[in-house]
Design a protein around this ligand. Structure first.
Ligand SMILES: C[S@@+](CC[C@H](N)C(=O)[O-])C[C@H]1O[C@@H](n2cnc3c(N)ncnc32)[C@H](O)[C@@H]1O
Length: 338
C-alpha cells in the first residue's frame, strides 16, 4: 500500500484486537479511510466495512480494498495487469509534469504511467474494476517515487528506488464479509455521518494543519486524470489553493468532532489521535464521554520520516530543527453508549 502520513500500518493488530474485544460488532464505518489499511484489515477479520474519505485517491483505494471482493475480480485483474505491464511507454502529461517540470519520478517510469493510465481511461470498465487497476498503478508508482513520503517536495538527489522499473502487481483484495458487501464513499465526514450507519465506527481524522490533498496531489491527479494546471516547485494542482478541511483548522476541529460524536449512528466508537494534534487528550475524552465511558490506550511511536530528517530548503540546506523523534498515539474507545 502507498506511503501515507498518519497511516495506521503499525497499529493494525491493536485496532483489530480492539474491535474484536467488543461483542456483537458486525459492521464498521471507517470515516477517514486514507489508504484503507484499517478497513482492509477489518474486512480480513470478517467485518462488513463502509469506508469514507474526502479525497479521490482514497475513494479508489477504498473501492479496491473494501468494496471490491476478491473472487469477483481476481482472474480478470490478473490478465489485465499482465497486459498493462507490457504497454509501450507514452510521453504525456504525467511525464512532463512530474518527471521534467518536477522530479518525483524517473521519465522512463513516468512514460509507463502515462501509457497505462491513458489505456485504463480508454476502456469501458465499471468503477470497481477501474479503481482496482488505478490502485495497482498508484502503488507501483509509489514504489519508484523519489520523495520522503509526501508530495509537497521531491528529493534533491534521485532516491535509490526511483531507478527501478515500474511494475504493476495485483492488489491484495479481500473476500466479501459474511455480513454483506462493503461500500466506499467520497464525502465530507460531516455529511457522511447523516447517511452511514453501522454497529461501530473508527475515526482517524487529520490531527493538524497538514492538508492531505496537497500532500498527495499527484495521486489525486492520477485518479482524476484531468491534467490540471499546476503551480510551484512541486507542480501542485491549482484547485488545491484555498481548499481546507475543517479538520485541519484548530478553531473548527473540536466542533466538527463533537458533531460527529453527536450524530454518528453507531453503538461503539474507536478514535485515533495523537499528542501533537489540535485536540488534547482531555478534550477528546470530554467530547467522547457524551456517548459513554471512555477508555484510552497509549502507544509510543517514531514520528514520520520527514519529522525525523528535518525541514530542508530547495537548495538542500536544513532550515528546521528536529525537536523530538517520538510521539504518542492514543486510541479512545467508547465501549458502551447511552
Ligand atoms: C489520519 S488520515 C487517515 C489514515 C488512515 N486511517 C490510514 O491508515 O491510512 C486522515 C484522513 O482524513 C481525510 N480527510 C480530511 N478531511 C476530511 C473530511 N472533512 N471528511 C472526510 N475525510 C477527510 C484525509 O484525506 C485523510 O485520508
Amino acid at each position: 500500500m502507498i506511503k501515507y502520513l498518519g497511516s495506521k500500518k503499525t497499529l493494525l493488530s491493536v485496532l483489530g484486537d480492539t474491535f474484536q474485544s467488543i461483542s456483537k460488532v458486525r459492521s464498521v464505518i471507517d470515516l477517514f479511510s486514507g489508504t484503507s489499511r484499517v478497513g482492509h484489515h477489518l474486512k480480513g477479520l470478517g467485518y462488513q466495512v463502509h469506508s469514507n474519505d474526502l479525497n479521490s485517491y482514497a475513494h479508489a483505494l477504498a473501492t479496491c480494498y473494501v468494496a471490491a471482493d476478491r473472487s469477483d475480480h481476481y482472474d480478470r485483474v490478473s490478465r489485465l495487469i499482465d497486459e498493462m505491464n507490457t504497454l509501450e511507454p507514452v510521453d504525456g502529461y504525467f511525464t512532463e509534469t512530474f518527471c521534467r517540470q518536477s522530479r518525483f519520478f524517473q521519465p522512463k517510469n513516468g512514460m509507463k504511467v502515462d501509457a497505462i493510465r491513458e489505456w485504463i481511461e480508454s476502456q469501458d470498465f465499471d468503477w470497481e474494476l477501474k479503481s482496482i487497476l488505478m490502485v495497482s498503478l498508484m502503488e507501483a508508482a509509489d514504489r519508484v517515487d523519489s520523495t520522503c513520503g509526501i508530495q509537497m517536495a521531491y528529493l534533491k538527489a534521485w532516491a535509490k528506488r526511483s531507478h527501478n522499473d515500474i511494475k504493476l502487481r495485483i492488489p491484495n483484495m479481500r473476500e466479501r464479509s459474511v455480513f454483506g458487501k462493503g461500500t466506499a464513499h467520497q464525502s465530507d465526514a460531516l455529511e457522511a455521518i447523516h447517511t452511514l450507519s453501522a454497529d461501530a465506527a473508527y475515526l482517524d481524522p487529520p490531527y493538524n494543519q497538514h492538508k492531505y490533498r496537497g500532500n498527495y496531489h499527484i495521486w489525486d491527479s492520477l485518479i482524476l486524470w484531468d491534467k490540471p494546471e499546476y503551480y510551484g516547485v512541486a507542480c501542485k494542482r491549482v484547485d488545491i489553493k484555498g481548499h481546507r478541511s475543517v479538520f485541519n483548522q484548530k478553531k473548527k476541529i473540536t466542533e466538527a468532532m463533537s458533531d460527529i460524536v453527536r450524530h454518528l449512528d453507531v453503538s461503539h466508537l474507536i478514535v485515533s489521535f495523537n499528542n501533537e494534534g489540535y485536540i488534547s487528550k482531555d478534550d477528546m475524552i470530554e467530547i467522547l464521554s457524551r456517548r459513554g465511558e471512555v477508555l484510552v490506550v497509549e502507544n509510543d511511536f517514531k514520528r514520520y520520516v520527514g519529522a525525523q530528517i528535518g525541514i530542508h530548503s530547495p537548495s538542500g540546506e536544513r532550515v528546521g530543527e528536529v525537536s523530538h523523534l517520538r510521539n504518542k498515539e492514543y486510541i479512545f474507545i467508547v465501549s458502551s453508549l447511552v
